[in-house]
Design a protein around this ligand. Structure first.
Ligand SMILES: [Zn+2]
Ligand SMILES: [Zn+2]
Length: 500
């Protein structure tokens, strides 16, 4: 077992000089090592305990927060179902006993006659409410329901999802904010005393799954605005799924995370999270950042798109990338670049043809109609015909009925109304010997352009948006320099489809 002797201090005094109690977080949490306690208890500051359920108990390994004032206490979340050994007895999380002990000590220390407890939830997902049952028979205890109306009514959030409510523990005023999107009843809680923001499953170092993107985006904007108006020293979420390596998630369901990311994020992470949400537009596929990954959970009937034929530009012969040929109207209003898998034989034909026709470009015309975000997803596939040249403009068919596999999505975004084009924005992709830049489209009138460049963007496969030095329309030609790279050739340049 880890002895958790190493601490680092995250806050001392505010810039304004107002003292904030020191908050100490352990360097390591229980993370699935053999022999660990099923529930780690850590006193982070007076009246703030952080409990972590171990990975061995449940792979979700959620963090629970217990806060106490001199009038009442709040338990935020009650944990996930512990892995049972079949015999239910003894496999229950020792949460109730732990909370009773901690609050008993607090009560004695502060000579409090009574200390009612409120059990509330960051949101109603199973891994955050399972332990509620342990508190049903506890005296002086209120368990808040998990429906948005129940949460709103309990805290007095009468403008849900707008507004905020004060929740006073007695000498410790908390602020409660609606934060729907991951789940409809999600909230954030701010503890001014320790300048800590509890963000549940909406923001933590891990895979942030989003069910309702518009709601989530609006929530992120409200929370970021709150953080600008208040001192936020740390953002404490409900899980850790990121490793210490930037952008690297542990595989879903990992029961052992020896090198996990720190629990606390800071105000700048929160600002980046909000900025990412804002920049993505009104459609989310999956977006990787150093400290978190945003991912959409598809909802039935989420898209009003009609099935259609989605033509693609083909870039690359080593790795085959497909870039959707977009327009600014439905259902073609997506910029999409992904790595595609072709059957060996088809790939050989394509490579041979490309080799004997240097300077030509290739397009793909799907043989069937489908809804773009429904088909283009991990493990998605479709049948298509390959053309030398543009399939709608006199191109030459090379292959028909090829089974195309979606291997990896590089960039997937829907255009959002009211955006102005920015000629300097580029998306870099490619690996090995072939590297490309695609102009990042925003709004009409814009230009769809994909150019092949020498490998100088230096970020491997990673997609980034870079400001080129080009002025005017920003159109690139062979021989131009951009971001330290040389343009070898313009593969495809289209204005007409993006004019309006
Ligand atoms: Zn959740
Ligand atoms: Zn969760």
């Amino acid at each position: 077992m880890h002895r958790l002797l190493l601490f680092f201090v995250l806050a001392t005094a505010s810039p304004a000089g107002a003292a904030v109690p020191e908050v100490a977080l352990p360097e390591r949490w229980v993370h699935g090592a053999p022999g660990e306690a099923s529930l780690q208890v850590h006193e982070a500051a007076p009246g703030l305990w952080i409990l972590r359920q171990s990975k061995a108990s449940n792979f979700e390994a959620p963090f629970l927060y217990l806060l106490a004032g001199d009038r009442r206490a709040l338990l935020l979340d009650s944990g996930a179902e512990p892995a049972g050994d079949g015999e239910a007895a003894g496999s229950e999380l020792p949460l109730r006993a732990t909370v009773d002990r901690l609050l008993g000590e607090w009560q004695r220390k502060h000579r409090l006659d009574a200390l009612p407890l409120v059990v509330a939830h960051s949101h109603g997902h199973r891994d955050h409410v399972h332990g509620d049952a342990q508190f049903r028979d506890r005296a002086d205890t209120r368990i808040v329901g998990t429906q948005p109306q129940q949460v709103a009514a309990f805290f007095g959030l009468d403008r849900w999802p707008e507004g905020e409510a004060r929740f006073d523990l007695g000498g410790r005023a908390l602020t409660v904010l609606p934060l729907p999107g991951h789940e409809p009843a999600h909230i954030a809680i701010y503890d001014a005393q320790t300048a800590s923001l509890f963000s549940g499953d909406s923001l933590y170092p891990g895979l942030l799954t989003v069910r309702d993107w518009p709601a989530y985006r609006a929530s992120a904007a409200r929370l970021a605005s709150f953080a600008q108006r208040h001192r936020v020293e740390r953002v404490l979420g409900a899980h850790i799924e990121m490793s210490a390596r930037p952008g690297q998630l542990y595989p879903l369901g990992s029961a052992y995370q020896p090198d996990e990311h720190a629990l606390a994020l800071d105000a700048s992470s929160l600002a980046l999270w909000q900025q990412t949400c804002a920049e993505l537009g009104d459609f989310l596929h999956e977006e990787v950042r150093d400290e978190f990954v945003l991912a959409r959970i598809p909802q039935p009937g989420e898209f009003a798109d009609q099935p259609n034929t989605h033509g693609m530009l083909v870039a690359g012969t080593d790795v085959v990338y497909l870039s959707h040929l977009p327009m600014f109207h439905r259902p073609h209003d997506y910029q999409l670049i992904f790595e595609a898998g072709l059957p060996d034989q088809a790939l050989q034909r394509y490579r041979a043809d490309a080799k004997s026709h240097p300077g030509e470009y290739y397009t793909l015309a799907p043989s069937e109609q489908w809804v773009l975000p429904d088909t283009i997803r991990p493990d998605g596939h479709f049948k298509a015909d390959l053309y030398r040249g543009h399939f709608e403009r006199g191109g030459t068919p090379i292959l028909t009925g090829v089974e195309v596999k979606v291997d990896r999505i590089v960039h997937f975004r829907r255009f959002e109304a009211g955006r102005t084009p920015d000629p300097r924005q580029w998306i870099a992709f490619g690996r090995g010997r072939e590297h490309f830049l695609a102009h990042r489209l925003e709004g009409a009138p814009d230009r769809d352009q994909v150019v092949q460049v020498t490998a100088a963007h230096g970020e491997g496969e990673r997609v980034f948006v870079e400001a080129g030095a080009t002025a005017g329309s920003g159109e690139l030609k062979a021989g131009d320099r951009i971001g330290g790279a040389l343009v070898e050739r313009a593969l495809y340049t289209e204005y007409g489809d993006l004019a309006r």
